[in-house]
Write a protein that binds this ligand. Sequence first.
Ligand SMILES: NC(=O)c1ccc[n+]([C@@H]2O[C@H](COP(=O)([O-])OP(=O)(O)OC[C@H]3O[C@@H](n4cnc5c(N)ncnc54)[C@H](OP(=O)(O)O)[C@@H]3O)[C@@H](O)[C@H]2O)c1
Length: 355
Amino acid sequence: MPKAIVMDEQPGKPGKVYWPLKSITVPLPTPGPNEVVVRILCAALNHRDLFARQKLYRGAAGNIPILADGCGIVVSAGSSDNEKKWQGKRVLIAPARGWNADLRGPEREFAILGGTKQYPDGTCQEFICVPSSQVLACPPHLSDAEAAAIPLAALTAWRATMVKAVVSSGQRVLVTGIGGGVALFALQFAVAAGAEVWVTSGSAEKVARAVELGAKGGVSYKEKDWAQKLLKHTSKGGKSGLFDAVIDGAGGDVITAAVVLLRTGGIVASYGMTVGPKVVFPMPAVMKNIEMRGSTMGSLAELADAVRYISSKRIVPVVDSVHSLPNIEDAFDVMKVGRNFGKIVVRVQQESAKI
Ligand SMILES: NC(=O)c1ccc[n+]([C@@H]2O[C@H](COP(=O)([O-])OP(=O)(O)OC[C@H]3O[C@@H](n4cnc5c(N)ncnc54)[C@H](OP(=O)(O)O)[C@@H]3O)[C@@H](O)[C@H]2O)c1
């Protein structure tokens, strides 16, 4: 029987527990009329998967396959042509349900795959059955691991960068915490759009790697007055070095920094608050007409836009490491200590494995 990785729920307070993982067996799914069954080749981690194990994620629950990102091959399909066309194709699985195309937000109750009660299925298993409307063709220039890195992080970065911050050619943009999966896609999208991109990181080595990917440079968010230091870098030759937008997943002092860095009416697109669940919005930000725009993942239509952009610009997602299924704990350990530069991927099975 096919294998699935689930969390083993343990008693304890949120933040004080770390639910162990266990491997279970599940029946091989059969597709309904509008469904396809995907043999998962690679799955990828997001920060939410770590929060879920710590019981810090809404609806986190045991005995449900974990992870939201997956790439695989369609091995069986429902009866109509719409489903049959996917047979044998390498696909990405949409990481959420309930949000089709509305620019403002989900049309129905929004649920993300992987380890929660809201949608009791996930990609860290050998086979998954999903509606055929929820798969997208894999960009052919990518390996399985690179493709599996796309869904949740690229969608989040796409909406924050291209939809909410409306980044375009010639703009100056800051992407904070560049080591993260979302931040790296934001950098790649903004660079591909022709923007001048700067970054922050806790590590000088990560800034250097971001420069190799097209960033102009960066500073450490651990330094006091990092925003003033960054502005010195961008304001050479008497020219104003102000920014048009900040793409942020950290929170903390981001708005205080934005007051220093942004032009009047500049935009902060906030897709996360790793540092803590609140930010202060001080009066100088109001006086400067700064707009803070919350951004959560995105619609299925936006995912399709992001995947098309990745294909047309031949963007290669940054994969930090690929771990085998039996070594999945190593994958979580990399994320726990924040050592990663890019996405952490799990190889679920080889394409040639027998059903
Ligand atoms: N709203 C959504 O739809 C959505 C979707 C995905 C993720 N998120 C949230 O976005 C955040 C990042 O997610 P991820 O999966 O990309 O995480 P990840 O791959 O684990 O990366 C964690 C990130 O936190 C950064 N960081 C840590 N402390 C920081 C600080 N003081 N200032 C600036 N950056 C700091 C790290 O930067 P360095 O490594 O460069 O130091 C790294 O970029 C998480 O809070 C997550 O919950 C939200």
